[in-house]
Design a protein. Structure first.
Length: 153
């Protein structure tokens, strides 16, 4: 029960951090000569076409560093969610995790639109959902390696 509560608190804190980063975008940082600015835009058309914004990155049209940061970042940001949710909800199956993996980023995208802090992009949902599922798979693999917890009284 204690592990579940701690996991829930970590999940809530991480979720709040994600909302701050992805919805209320005011984060900037520099790595070497590259400046990364999460200020976003609230103008422009929504993207409802899967892979439309991912394809130029995969083809290398935006440069390898930018592609790795954009694609990898969208995936990596949601890996902790997929890893933590099964601790909070022990009956999590891969099907429920997949439903959650789609619902959580969809909620983020809708929130961005409602607050006019971003543009709806189906590709963000795909990449974020992939991140949740990577986290869930990591949980399943780690759970098989760890010895079972002794019963608490």
């Amino acid at each position: 029960m204690k592990k579940r509560l701690i996991s829930a608190l970590i999940l809530a804190a991480y979720s709040a951090l994600l909302v701050k980063l992805l919805v209320f975008k005011t984060v900037s940082f520099k790595i070497g000569h590259l400046m990364f600015n999460f200020t976003g835009t609230s103008t422009g058309p929504a993207n409802f076409v899967p892979l439309k914004t991912i394809a130029p990155y995969v083809r290398g049209e935006k440069g390898l560093v930018i592609a790795a940061f954009e694609l990898g970042g969208n995936i990596a940001l949601f890996v902790p969610i997929g890893l933590l949710v099964p601790f909070v909800f022990p009956n999590m199956t891969w099907q429920r995790s997949l439903a959650f993996a789609v619902a959580a980023p969809l909620l983020v995208e809708i929130t961005q639109v409602v607050f006019r802090m971003g543009i709806f992009d189906i590709d963000d949902i795909l990449l974020n959902a992939l991140g949740v599922m990577v986290g869930y798979v990591a949980f399943v693999v780690l759970a098989k390696w760890m010895p079972p917890s002794p019963p608490t009284q």
